[in-house]
Write a protein that binds this ligand. Structure first.
Ligand code: AMP
Length: 192
């Protein structure tokens, strides 16, 4: 299996690049943000639980997020691998993912981290908010909170993969195709 964590702050381009990567490498895309939004739209219990955290730009509690993610992974029993987009976002999530994948006799091979500076992220998110319909993309103070949450709670999760020699930082500024090439070449290298 080829399991990749696509990492980076909100607005770094994880969703855009994930869609392209899953096609090229025949993987399953799991975005915890997308799964939460699906549940909110369908007014499930999970959606109701997650909504207030998401609207404020805070993280949904680890236990809820980890349970949801593990259920999703289990559904794709014949997957060739996964791209985890927006997960893990805390050290406990990274630890839980490691243990869970181990129980399935697999592991994360790569963490690809998209690097984009803060003011560029804010510009991109405000632009996306104009037509994404995402409430958390339209209010600058919520966007700034999401970036602060990333800096304070999420960025440390990279160290977990760094310690395992799996971390690669990628310049996340450029055209979609240029960034896709940067990511793809690291994956191809890993596969050889
Ligand atoms: P995203 O689509 O990845 O930007 O996620 C949107 C929102 O969903 C985040 O701001 C969080 O509130 C929530 N969320 C997504 N993934 C996670 C996660 N791994 N842990 C906690 N909250 C999450």
């Amino acid at each position: 299996m080829l399991n990749i964590v696509l990492f980076g702050p909100p607005g770094a381009g994880k969703g855009t690049q994930s869609s392209k990567l899953v096609e090229k490498f025949n993987l399953v895309h799991l975005s915890t943000g997308d799964i939460f939004r699906f549940n909110i739209k369908n007014e499930t219990e999970l959606g109701r639980l997650a909504k207030s955290y998401i609207d404020a730009g805070n993280l949904v509690p680890d236990e809820v997020t980890i349970n949801m993610l593990e259920k999703e992974v289990t559904q794709y029993s014949d997957a060739k691998g996964f791209i985890f987009d927006g997960f893990p976002r805390t050290v406990p999530q990274a630890e839980a993912l490691d243990m869970f994948l181990k129980s399935k006799n697999t592991s994360i091979q790569l963490m690809l981290a998209l690097v984009v500076e803060e003011e560029e992220l804010i510009k991109r998110l405000l632009l996306r908010g104009k037509d994404s319909g995402r409430a958390d993309d339209t209010d600058e103070s919520i966007i700034r909170n999401r970036i602060q949450v990333y800096n304070e709670q999420t960025a440390v999760a990279a160290k977990f993969y760094e310690a395992q020699g799996k971390y690669h930082a990628i310049n996340g500024v450029g055209s979609v195709d240029e960034i896709f090439e940067r990511l793809s070449s690291i994956i191809v290298e890993k596969q050889q």
